[in-house]
Design a protein around this ligand. Structure first.
Ligand SMILES: NC(=O)c1ccc[n+]([C@@H]2O[C@H](COP(=O)([O-])OP(=O)(O)OC[C@H]3O[C@@H](n4cnc5c(N)ncnc54)[C@H](OP(=O)(O)O)[C@@H]3O)[C@@H](O)[C@H]2O)c1
Length: 384
């Protein structure tokens, strides 16, 4: 007698359409590779077919009802035209079947579309930090979608290290968090590690940029704003009602605008200052690290000199560390750490969010038909 199939009902996979923004960027490319490499596993284990319905960046656009080949996007792409993205999203209402929009850009403009896309029934998954760090009024609109699991952004802080979900759990179980302290920028950790290894500031910045560890314009990393955005996202997960202005930022460079070809020469003017700071810290047995600190009333970002024994000072280059000081876990605090940057690891985290969002959409569709607006009943029932 033959054994029954483990999942006879899954002979036909349920289709979830994906719209990928930033498809040829570092994270977008790694995500397409992961979509292809996990396809058989996801279909056989979950009965789910994640179909790449559309993909674009600023330059190109492709869409196919039958699905695009994630590994061979280039031949399908044509120059992007005004309105392409808007029209593909407008057609993917909840009634058109479950669709997940994946934002692998760093665009604030794209983040501004989230409320509309979520309202019309798409799930939105993003590595883009801008949505979570926009003004509170905007964030409150999105929060209800996060609570029902259709807006997911776990990789916006700490790449694939699970940081946001544990914070959400602490809040929901009523464990008051007093403060957070962490290393939240893999690129800045790399930079300061190189300074301690004796590399000049200007050379270390260019090295980090050329290795793809910084944003294309490294001044964005040096501004400290990226860490400030991450602190806001973390704090809001804990229910801290904070605006960006409540986070004080000490930039690593006072410069805000340097042409790419002048970057090295201009930053070289700060080499002596950094060499002196590193030398002074080393003489005291300390290390320079960029620390983000946050409490319910606000936070700050800046370079601190910490004793070598401090858990933040012992982190390796590109590692992220988050200490969570709660009323129950204080001495020592709860501590989460791991690789906090890298396209592959970030794409892996985004993929987990895509899977979770797809399953939420399918569960809603089978329980109540296509969903467009969150109802108060669902919001109360469904923690993310
Ligand atoms: N790389 C990492 O280690 C890492 C870690 C954690 C989080 N993240 C976050 O993940 C996101 C992607 O990072 P990345 O390293 O992949 O960046 P990237 O290599 O610079 O790629 C960004 C992509 O976004 C596209 N894009 C920008 N504006 C767009 C728009 N308005 N519409 C459609 N596409 C647009 C770009 O297209 P064009 O080429 O046409 O401009 C490019 O394909 C960022 O938000 C980043 O902060 C990255």
């Amino acid at each position: 007698m033959s054994l029954p199939l483990a999942h006879p009902a899954r002979a036909q996979a349920q289709v979830v359409d994906l719209i990928l923004l930033g498809a040829r960027g570092r994270v977008g490319t790694a995500l397409r590779q992961r979509l292809a490499s996990t396809r058989t596993l996801i279909e056989s284990e979950l009965g789910l077919h994640l179909r790449l319905h559309a993909a674009c960046d600023r330059r190109g656009f492709a869409a196919s009802e039958a699905g695009l080949d994630p590994l061979s996007l280039e031949p399908a792409l044509r120059p992007r035209e005004h309105g392409d993205l808007e029209s593909i999203c407008a057609r993917r209402t909840g009634a058109a079947g479950p669709s997940v929009l994946i934002d692998c850009t760093a665009s604030d403009e794209i983040a501004g579309h989230y409320p509309q896309w979520l309202r019309q029934g798409l799930a939105v998954v993003g590595a883009n930090k801008h949505a979570g760090a926009r003004p509170l009024a905007f964030h409150r609109v999105l929060r209800e979608h996060a609570l029902r699991g259709t807006w997911r952004y776990e990789t916006t802080v700490g790449a694939a290290i699970p940081l946001l979900a544990p914070l959400r759990d602490l809040r929901l179980r009523g464990e008051r968090v007093r403060s957070l302290r962490g290393l939240l920028s893999g690129s800045l950790s790399f930079l300061l590690t190189r300074l301690h290894a004796g590399v000049r500031f200007s050379d270390a910045v260019i090295e980090a940029r050329d290795l793809g560890y910084t944003e294309p314009d490294p001044l964005q990393d040096l501004s400290g704003q990226d860490v400030a955005r991450k602190l806001l996202i973390l704090g809001r997960e804990l229910g801290f009602e904070l605006e960006a202005a409540q986070i004080e930022v000490q930039p690593l460079s006072a410069r805000t605008d340097i042409a790419s070809d002048a970057l090295h020469a201009e930053l070289a003017k700060e080499d002596a200052h950094w060499a002196q700071r590193v030398q002074a810290a080393r003489a005291r047995g300390e290390r320079l690290v960029v620390v983000g600190e946050l409490g319910p009333a606000g936070g700050r970002v800046g370079v601190r000199a910490l004793p070598a024994s401090d858990p933040l000072a012992s982190a390796s280059a590109r590692e992220n560390v988050l200490e969570i000081h709660t009323e129950l876990q204080c001495e020592p605090p709860l501590c989460l750490r791991g690789p906090g940057a890298g396209a592959e690891v970030t794409a892996a985290g985004v993929f987990s969010d895509v899977l979770a969002a797809a399953r939420v959409l399918l569960a809603h569709a089978s329980a109540s038909g296509p969903v467009t607006q969150p109802s108060p009943r669902v919001e109360k029932r469904l923690p993310a």
